[in-house]
Design a protein around this ligand. Sequence first.
Ligand code: TK8
Length: 338
Amino acid sequence: MTFLRRTVIAAAAAAALSASFSALAQDIKPRLIRFGYGLNEASNQGRAAKVFADEVAKASGGKMKVRAIGAAALGPDTQMQQALIGGAQEMMVGSTATLVGITKEMALWDTPFLINNTKEADALLDGPIGDKIKDKLQEKGLVGLVYWENGFRNLTNSKRPVTKVEDLDGIKLRVMQNNVFLSSFKTLGANAIPMAFSELFGALETNTVDGQENPFNTILSSKFYEVQKYLTVTNHVYSPWIVLVSKKWWDQLSKTEQKVLMDAAKTSRDFERKDTREEASKAMADLKAKGMLVNELAPAEADRMRNKLTRVYAEIGTEVGMDVWIATQNELLKIRGK
Ligand code: TK8
């Protein structure tokens, strides 16, 4: 290549670059983004919210500012969802389970024992089924960007070790504000009580409820070990979190701004899943060291639970639609075959 040609190419490349920079600068306005979440700052949720905020700042040259607000300071999940729909808040991350009142198909993710491991979770959530359910939110005024991992849920209580389904009898168990969880645990014999997460620690402390179920990470970061003695490793359901944007607000953004948020959401998702899995793999030992008595539910007992839940499975099928239900089973077969 001649010197001249090289110079011309370099100049053209520089011009293109600066053109795209100025286009970028015009396409990004100063924005303040209130990003609410339910757990505390020192949780997997809090750490990933910070990664999201940093990524948005970096990609927008500091113009788009994410103010991450944890510990349900902007309200519990259901309240934040309404604030997003109304346009009074820009973003949040929360449980898919509390979205069923808005988009009933979200109940798919509440199916007990649907997902066996994180490989299946990632493939299902990031694949066509996950997208289809996420996109249903749009008609309700919400834009779902990505799924984060809440994790496989386990059971804690202050009464007794749970080694078989009969041990749940009469245990006052907090569940999320969601019909599948409510009817699953009622069917299993517990006295299931729906309650916002933000009220849970207090309710456990005052024995308003005897127990709850959440992934290892949350039992640790929310210090449930201070008020719960028994931990049963049940892995009874894989819970996703979902990063949400107010559609009212999203529609006012430029394509460039939307891309900044989407890219940052993906980076935060990859960080969050890795971080959550690392923490979860060590958490059982940590919880034992904090004084919890841990037992693992025997596979035969998990089977007995699953058998008792036949009616609940049928209810979920009706709720999400048989087409989605069957497509999910087929997708899982495909994922498992890989
Ligand atoms: C945090 C909740 C939590 C969920 C629950 O806001 O409510 O038990 O597992 O992660 O979304």
